[in-house]
Design a protein. Structure first.
Length: 54
């Protein structure tokens, strides 16, 4: 994976982080997402930009 960006914001005394990564086509995106959601403190994962490869 390649880190594409990191954003942080503080709201109502809580911090929220957004991490943008690029998952190379050679990796199974579902496996990567499962690994990320299993990390401590991760509450939500969203996905954008997925496309089918021919």
């Amino acid at each position: 994976m390649n880190l594409r960006g990191l954003d942080a914001e503080l709201e109502d005394g809580q911090s929220h982080y957004s991490i943008r990564v690029r998952i190379p086509p050679s990796r199974n995106a579902q496996d990567v997402l499962e690994e990320i959601t299993a990390l401590p403190g991760v509450k939500r994962v969203s996905v954008t930009g997925l496309r089918d490869l021919d």
